[in-house]
Structures are given as structure tokens and as C-alpha cells.
Design a protein around this ligand. Structure first.
Ligand SMILES: CC(C)(COP(=O)(O)OP(=O)(O)OC[C@H]1O[C@@H](n2cnc3c(N)ncnc32)[C@H](O)[C@@H]1OP(=O)(O)O)[C@@H](O)C(=O)NCCC(=O)NCCS
Length: 142
């Protein structure tokens, strides 16, 4: 069984736990409050026997901006991330765009595999403790 659905209040801590295993900084923690009041903010969970992944994105006027996507380490490279991208494509937005660290080769390859194209670089976009990292801008267009 694979199911993708919008997160509910009682999923919050489970989702943040998944996010914490994958990212240094949480994009979800503050977003949960806004999420219930703002219809443009989407947070979906991917469930098999438990929550194994999530996607956090904005959906405004036919455009999707992916803020973050994550699949638990032990479930990566089994097609689950691509299932989430397919589900977003089902919304039929004109464009899906996102930024990803130039150092995150796994994710870049994942997006390219799912039809995204490189459209630019944002210099020093990410602020890490030791240095700033450029972001690659990626776009999927129908
Ligand atoms: C990026 C991510 C969401 C992809 O999800 P996934 O379920 O692993 O992706 P899929 O199985 O659908 O696609 C696999 C493709 O992604 C890339 N990839 C993903 N994880 C990888 C890994 N650990 N090692 C190498 N390639 C990887 C490869 O291109 C792979 O294709 P291949 O199997 O033909 O080599 C997942 O790896 C993840 O959660 N990464 C950590 C968080 C992150 O960096 N998120 C993206 C930034 S917002």
C-alpha cells in the first residue's frame, strides 16, 4: 500500500522526526501553524506501513514551488520520491520550480530524472555554518 495525503495535526511530530533525519534545518516546524490557515501551503505525507516521506510545497496560480521533499534514508532509490513528483504533476500546474544545493548531487539527479531542467544559479543562496552554498534553480514545464 502506498498512499499520499495531506498531513493532519497529529502527524506533525512524526513528520518533523522524518525531516530531522534528512535535513539540518526544518522548513516544517514554523510552517504547520501557517499551513492550516493558508490554502497555498501544501504538506503531504507518503505512507506505506508508516510515514516514510513528505513533500512541502506552495501552490499558487498554476505554479508549484517545492520547498522540500524527503524520503527516509532506508527507503531511498526505490521510486518513492518519483511517486511524489508524479502526484504533484497530477495537479497540472504550468510550472514546477525549486532550488537545490549545488552540492546535493543525489537530489539534482533525482530531479533531472523526473524531467526538470536547469535554469540558473543563485549565488550563495544557502547559509551553512562554515560557508555559503550556491543554489541550482530547476524547472519542470508542461
Ligand atoms: C532526493 C530524494 C527525495 C529522492 O527520493 P528517492 O525516493 O530516493 O528517489 P527515486 O527512487 O524516485 O529516484 C532515484 C533517483 O534519485 C537519485 N538518488 C536519490 N537518492 C540517491 C542516493 N542515495 N544515491 C544515489 N542517487 C540517489 C538517483 O538519480 C536515483 O536514480 P537511480 O536509482 O536510477 O540511480 C531522496 O533521496 C531524499 O530524501 N534525499 C534527502 C533529502 C533531500 O536532499 N531532498 C531534496 C532537497 S529538497
Amino acid at each position: 500500500m502506498i498512499n499520499i495525503s495531506s498531513v493532519k495535526k497529529n502527524d506533525y511530530f512524526k513528520l518533523i522526526a522524518v525531516e530531522n533525519t534528512l535535513f539540518e534545518k526544518s522548513t516544517l516546524i514554523n510552517e504547520f501553524q501557517n499551513f492550516t490557515n493558508n490554502i497555498s501551503i501544501k504538506i503531504w505525507k507518503l505512507v506505506t506501513t508508516k510515514i516514510i516521506g513528505f513533500v512541502h510545497f506552495y501552490y499558487v496560480k498554476n505554479e508549484v514551488e517545492i520547498i522540500s521533499i524527503g524520503i527516509l534514508k532506508e527507503y531511498q532509490q526505490k521510486g518513492y520520491g518519483s511517486i511524489i513528483i508524479k502526484e504533484i504533476k497530477q495537479l497540472k500546474p504550468k510550472k514546477i520550480f525549486l532550488e537545490v544545493s549545488v552540492e546535493n548531487t543525489h537530489a539534482i539527479n533525482f530531479y533531472l530524472k523526473n524531467g526538470f531542467k536547469k535554469i540558473g544559479i543563485r549565488k550563495g543562496y544557502y547559509n551553512r555554518t562554515e560557508h555559503r552554498i550556491d543554489a541550482l534553480r530547476l524547472l519542470f514545464e508542461f
